[in-house]
Design a protein around this ligand. Structure first.
Ligand SMILES: [Zn+2]
Length: 683
């Protein structure tokens, strides 16, 4: 549950994340030179066809800084086969991947971590062994589901840890909102095939595309399990029909981006109270069978979902319930079966993301290893690449930024002294997690020797399940990081008041040892400033210095904050991206606020130095956001991502500052001009 509220630096890509292993991101379906797709006030140059339609690099940045800085890169860049985007982020993640692949392929490495990650990497790439097994590992699961003849049998299947069939609820130890120090039991809805529950009430082009991609995959996958193509189509119809009933109880993506979301899902109760939400669905039996019956407290994020689930858990719906499990168990596993199934998963990813072709197997194998064996992969990486100096540097910059925030908060005269004092208290309590942790989770009980790829993945799943169960009711150990530090990202976690700057972002335009001060501040500096500001945004305001859900703002100050945020929302709402699609100010407010606060912080730090080249600073900042997306991915980002589109993250953010207007002599009438009275800075 934790991950839903951690503010990351770039798109979390909730839906796309699931697809990452199937296929990474892509080439556009649109031909070069196609007519410009006009947005307002700027054209969306995250789209390659729009860049291609521009004959020459603009002479000045005065109308569009983003295009001016990134034109040459964008014009000369193709989205690679299997990718859905190229960006300053993928440039750094390529570096990290190449370094990691050197770890994965070096036979001279010793130790448990190297053995684990290399073992899984080799097993993924052992197509002979995978092909010899074919779809048999999933056939076993399908047979178990088919053998169920009544609801009692279905309940028994859900209670059987060794069955490895899917579940209708997701449960496990996680951090609650009221007490940030103790693991409780969380009970959440399962994921939906179309991702966003809103798709089941009102379909968008994204839902249509995903449904079509699933239909294509099902038509190829289900016959491997003895179903005809016609049956496959009917099975998918039934699966979507059941999801449509259940989706009514699941909050939409838009609702999850709303400031009152946390209040809505913070339904803490005793396990007995949770069990009482279901009359027919065997929640209590499943929770107890999996060992979580000893939970002292639990949080049910979406009670309405349990109600919907309860309504369909009847003997009359047994076949629908079984059908859904079969469809999902087959589609969820296609990428970890034989070559043919894997290729179907690649086609699925391409159809869903607008990508074409496929990523090299070795890249996919690395992505899989890092996600399945996060700690061993991270630890093996640092065993080979010393990052002591990097950790010192980043920690120091974080500390400088925190120190500056103290001054910045003191100057916010729209806040009462009372709220300002609380803000500084929270600032002083921020934990800085930079580059790598001092303590790691113990993996010594896991061995993958002699296992097939599918068996290895199952063994890892069982190992993680046992670990998660061991956490229940215990105190949270904050020294253990719960994230992959090789990801090209950074985050703020309101539930432990920490900023997290990962190793995986420290390269390219973000951080190099030989960077100028301007580049450093525009790069990782603005990232750090951005993350800290999340402690004080619409969500962060709801959590106190300890990470407990506890609003520390006075009512007047919070409503003043919301008023300032509304001005920003209204400004973004006036914009269209492409194809007439409007920007959703409400969804991106916290991230847009953070971008501006981060930049303001860095500009103020620069103002204290001599001979600053502000043009270099703003150009370096615009480079940070260089990006090309497939149109499908851009649409996804526009509708589902809490971050503004990259060209807007650049242009809207910089136009708020005098230093920008002065550095480039931006005048009224220029595309980049914003009347100072119309500025939407919250901080
Ligand atoms: Zn953020």
């Amino acid at each position: 549950m934790k991950s839903k509220f951690i503010h990351t630096w770039k798109q979390a890509a909730a839906l796309l994340l699931a697809l990452m292993l199937l296929s990474a991101p892509a080439a556009s379906a649109y031909a070069d030179g196609e007519a410009l797709d006009d947005g307002s006030p700027w054209v969306d140059y995250d789209l390659r066809e729009n860049v291609q339609a521009v004959a020459e690099r603009p002479e000045s940045p005065n109308d569009d800084l983003y295009l001016y800085v990134n034109y040459d890169w964008a014009k000369g860049t193709e989205i690679r086969p299997g990718y859905r985007s190229e960006s300053s982020f993928t440039i750094v993640s390529d570096e990290i991947r190449e370094m990691s692949q050197a770890v994965l392929t070096d036979d001279s490495l010793e130790g448990d971590d190297a053995a684990l990650v290399q073992g899984l990497y080799k097993a993924f790439l052992d197509w002979d062994a995978r092909n010899a097994l074919g779809v048999e590992p999933v056939q076993k699961i399908v047979d178990e589901i088919n053998a169920v003849s009544d609801l009692e049998g279905l309940t028994a299947l859900f209670c059987d840890k060794d069955a490895h069939a899917g579940q209708y609820v997701s449960f496990g130890s996680s951090t609650g909102f009221n007490d940030p120090e103790t693991y409780l039991l969380s009970i959440d809805p399962m994921g939906l095939l179309l991702g966003d529950s809103a798709e089941y009430a009102e379909r968008t082009e994204m839902g249509d595309r995903f449904e079509a991609a699933y239909r294509e995959a099902a038509a190829k996958m289900l016959p491997k399990f003895g179903y005809t193509e016609e049956e496959a189509s009917e099975m998918l119809d039934r699966a979507f029909a059941l999801e449509t009933e259940l989706a009514g109880g699941i909050m939409s993506s838009a609702e999850s981006m709303s400031p009152d979301y946390i209040q809505k899902i913070n339904n803490e109760m005793n396990p007995e109270e949770a069990y009482a939400l279901c009359e027919r669905f065997p929640l209590a039996a499943i929770i107890e069978a999996w060992g979580y019956g000893a939970a002292e407290r639990c949080v049910v994020s979406q009670p309405a979902y349990l109600e919907k689930l309860d309504a369909v858990y009847t003997p009359e719906r047994l076949e629908d319930l079984k059908n859904y499990l079969i469809v999902c168990d087959i589609l969820d596993n296609m990428s970890v079966l034989d070559r043919d199934s894997y290729e179907i998963s690649v086609d699925f990813g391409n159809a869903a993301n607008g990508s074409t072709g496929s990523t090299p197997d070795e890249e996919v194998a690395f992505q899989l290893v890092r996600s399945a064996l996060m700690t061993p992969m991270n630890r093996a990486f640092f065993a080979r690449y010393d990052a002591t100096k990097m950790k010192e540097d980043i920690t120091r910059i974080c500390q400088e930024t925190v120190d500056y925030y103290r001054t910045m908060l003191a100057e916010e005269d729209w806040l009462s002294p009372e709220t300002r004092e609380k803000a500084v208290e929270k600032l002083d309590a921020i934990t800085i997690n930079a580059v790598y942790p001092e303590k790691w989770r113990d993996y010594s009980a896991l061995t993958l020797e002699g296992l097939s790829f599918f068996e290895a993945m199952t063994a890892i799943g069982d190992f993680n399940t046992a670990y998660n169960l061991s956490l229940l009711n215990t105190k949270i150990d904050h020294e253990l990081w719960q994230f992959d530090t090789l990801q090209t990202n950074a985050s703020y976690n309101p539930q432990d008041n920490s900023i997290n700057i990962f190793r995986g972002i420290l390269g390219g335009a973000f951080y190099r040892e030989d960077m100028s001060t301007e580049e450093l501040y525009a790069g990782i500096g603005s990232v750090i400033g951005h993350e800290i500001s999340h402690a004080f945004d619409t969500n962060g305001a709801q959590f106190d210095a300890t990470g407990a859900l506890n609003n520390w703002w006075t009512e007047d100050d919070y409503s003043a904050f919301l008023g300032r945020a509304q001005k920003l929302i209204d400004y973004y709402d006036t914009m269209t991206a492409f194809g007439g699609y409007q920007v959703q100010g409400q969804n991106i407010q916290t991230e847009a606020i953070a971008d501006m606060a981060g930049l303001k912080c860095m500009l103020n730090l620069l103002d204290q130095k001599d001979d600053v080249d502000y043009r270099a600073f703003f150009e370096a900042y615009a480079k940070l956001w260089a990006r090309l997306n497939t149109r499908e991915t851009e649409y996804f980002c526009l509708m589902q991502d809490p971050h503004p589109l990259h060209y807007l993250r650049t242009n809207v953010t910089v136009q708020q500052f005098d230093q920008f207007l002065e550095a480039f002599d931006i005048q009224e009438g220029d595309g980049m001009y914003l009347d100072p009275a119309e500025r939407v800075l919250v901080w």
